[in-house]
Write a protein that binds this ligand. Structure first.
Ligand SMILES: C[S@@+](CC[C@H](N)C(=O)[O-])C[C@H]1O[C@@H](n2cnc3c(N)ncnc32)[C@H](O)[C@@H]1O
Length: 218
């Protein structure tokens, strides 16, 4: 089902300050299920996730990890591309893991997608090293994000890549807000040791930004 972006924007502007925002940070219970339902169907959200996956340039045998995978929209796009590889999705919300599982059932059954219910700050994953990592509208929610990005760099193979996406959803966000978010992400990636950074923009309202970086080659 399609939800009109403008109608949804109005609902979210009302709901955000009344507890809705928390449901996008860690969806829980029935209300969290609604937040996930929205994230899985809002056209800008779906477009942003698919765009990020395209930028990550996933190859058929790649092993990819997505942090804060939410309802699993990007996981589905990643699994389509990594047709002979592996996609690991991580989220600290049980409700989101359930929705992501529902959305990706066939790929889970064939062992191409693995979903892990854990906070990124307690990440303990044995499936690495990964070729690529993705995080969409979630890095700002993590405790000590730069430390988390350093840990992620260690999960990637030498020369591996990462894409961090931000589309600010705060009221009144503009292209300038998005540009500032991109700068902050780029700064964190540099501090975490990633190199050859490049920033891309997707023309949404407000724009989505994606900063791509690489681990140093061996
Ligand atoms: C705004 S949602 C974005 C979801 C998805 N990436 C998307 O764009 O549709 C943020 C997601 O990050 C997850 N998240 C936030 N902090 C987290 C943490 N510390 N560890 C794991 N997941 C986290 C939330 O549960 C939520 O699913």
């Amino acid at each position: 089902m399609k939800i009109k972006e403008r109608v949804l924007g109005r609902i979210l502007r009302w709901w955000g300050p009344r507890g809705g925002l928390a449901q996008f940070h860690q969806p829980t219970g029935a209300v969290g299920h609604v937040a996930g339902w929205i994230m899985g169907r809002r056209s800008s959200n779906v477009a942003r996730n698919r765009w990020a996956v395209r930028l990550l340039d996933v190859q058929p045998t790649d092993r990819v990890i997505e942090l804060g995978c939410g309802p699993g929209v990007a996981i589905a796009a990643l699994a389509t591309r990594a047709s002979r590889g592996l996609v690991v999705g991580v989220d600290h919300s049980q409700v989101m893991i359930r929705q992501a599982r529902h959305r990706n059932r066939p790929a889970i059954r064939t062992g191409r997608v693995h979903l892990v219910h854990t906070p990124v700050e307690n990440l303990s994953i044995s499936e690495g090293p990964f070729d690529a990592a993705l995080a969409v509208n979630t890095v700002g929610m993590w405790p000590e994000p730069t430390a988390r990005l350093r840990e992620l760099a260690r999960l990637l193979r030498p020369g591996g890549r990462i894409a961090l996406v931000s589309q600010p959803r705060c009221p009144g966000a503009t292209a300038a807000t998005s540009a500032a978010a991109a700068q902050e992400l780029a700064g964190r990636l540099t501090e975490a040791g990633f190199e050859r950074l490049r920033t891309e923009m997707l023309d949404l309202d407000p724009p989505a930004t994606c900063v791509i970086g690489y681990v140093a080659p061996a």
